[in-house]
Design a protein around this ligand. Structure first.
Ligand code: ATP
Ligand code: MG
Length: 389
């Protein structure tokens, strides 16, 4: 007897299997009313929840989208335009739900067609209850694993895309300074003896700044690739952190404009601590470079270093454009930049690497900022205690 519309089967108490909450939801696609009814009873008894029984392919597609069952039991010869195999193919195009064919037909051609729809099983009628239970459990388990693998693959794919996006960006960013070097070196070679001294110096400065920029980009690439490969190891060494930080600020003087003033404040006496010098240099240079470039109108740039018995705190303050509150949650994400940067150049990588360098040392980073007023970045790094000079 054929059914024309879908109908809901009442729950029967469960004897085997799942707790009420975990009961896998099954949709039955079967146009023989008595068979469908018997099957639903068996499934309920086995601990499954039969969410609906439908008789045609179109209904099966609609109810699948609506009810999102965990599994579909699909007869091959059903009512309507599509048979069970065509219906399964259409369902697979729109969602990923395991389908088991349940049919009396088992000729090779049908089996081949069924195989093409990546079915999770094929049970011949008449079937035994246990056989059905095992097939459903296997299918649900296998589908879960397939989804986990698909998730991992897409995660790996995303990471790969991120990496190539980053490498594309980095190689693009390398081109600008390379062009500057090429052009300036060419001019110096061809016209060097005719150029006034001041012009020569300007070209030499451009070359020097370009080499520095290229170096920074390459260092970013190196640090990021080491971080991604989990290969970065801490290499703490004894330094006078106050003198070290002061020297780094000095290096930044030429980058600051005459509208900036650079202030160094230190608290604590001579402060020899164990820190990873390379990472510390990376943290301070990135934060100072941000402080200067994001305060185009100038103002005071302050680096304050406070030594305590078990940690060192660095505070970098500027009176620049500030960070809009809506951007705050993206601060440490690669390639993200706030809307108020205008034409200030940057790749959006510095802070993500700074965060990585701070985390690696078990430190903390905190950023306070107000648009149009300025930004204060505080980094605290634990030290292995004071050590003797
Ligand atoms: P780069 O990779 O060259 O450092 P970037 O400076 O754009 O590029 P980040 O240092 O990661 O990248 O900073 C991310 C974003 O955070 C910046 O683009 C800017 O929008 C905002 N930002 C960071 N520091 C400051 C600051 N001191 N003042 C205002 N905005 C800042
Ligand atoms: Mg930056």
């Amino acid at each position: 007897m054929a059914q024309n519309s879908s109908w809901f089967f009442p729950n029967v108490s469960t004897e085997i299997g799942y707790k009420y909450m975990d009961r896998p939801k099954i949709l039955i696609v079967e146009d023989e009313f008595l068979i469908a009814k018997g099957l639903a009873r068996k499934l309920e008894k086995l601990g499954y929840e039969v969410v609906d029984i439908v008789a045609s392919g179109m209904e099966a597609i609609a109810r699948t989208l609506e009810l999102k069952p965990d599994l579909i039991l699909m007869d091959i010869v059903i009512e309507g335009e599509f048979d069970g195999i065509e219906t399964a193919a259409k369902i697979h195009e729109i969602c990923s739900i395991p389908i088991i064919y349940l049919t009396a037909y088992a000729d090779d051609q049908t089996l081949e067609r069924a195989q093409e729809t990546q079915s999770y099983g094929y049970i011949l009628k008449p079937f035994k209850e246990r056989e059905l239970h095992a097939a459903i459990k296997m299918a649900i388990g296998k589908h879960k694993k397939d989804r986990e693998i698909a998730g991992l693959l897409s995660q790996a794919e995303n990471q790969n895309q991120e990496k190539s996006r980053y490498l594309n960006r980095a190689s693009h960013d390398l081109r600008n300074p390379m062009t500057v070097i090429q052009v300036s070196a060419g001019i110096l070679k061809d016209y060097g003896n005719r150029l006034p001294e001041e012009k020569k110096q300007q070209h030499l400065d451009w070359i020097r700044v370009s080499v520095k920029t290229m170096n920074e980009i390459l260092e970013d690439v190196l640090i990021l690739s080491q971080a991604e490969a989990g290969k970065q190891r801490l290499n703490p060494q004894s330094i006078n952190v106050i003198a070290f930080s002061h020297d780094i600020l000095q290096e930044f003087h030429p980058l600051a404009t005459d509208k900036h003033t650079c202030q160094f404040v230190s608290r604590g006496e001579e402060c020899f601590v164990n820190l990873d010098v390379k990472l510390l240099r990376y943290i301070l240079t990135n934060l100072l470079s941000n402080a200067i470039k994001y305060s185009p109108e100038g103002g005071e740039i302050c680096l304050e270093v406070t030594c305590e018995s078990d940690r060192v705190c660095f505070q970098i303050r500027d009176r620049g454009i500030g960070i809009p509150p809506e951007y705050r949650h993206k601060l440490f994400k690669q390639f993200e930049r706030a809307d108020n940067v205008g034409d200030i150049k940057g790749t959006g990588l510095g802070l993500s690497i700074v965060k990585h360098a701070v985390d690696l040392q078990g430190g903390t980073i905190d950023i306070e900022s107000q648009v149009g007023v300025g930004t204060t970045v505080s980094v605290t790094l634990p030290t292995a205690g004071f050590c003797q000079n």
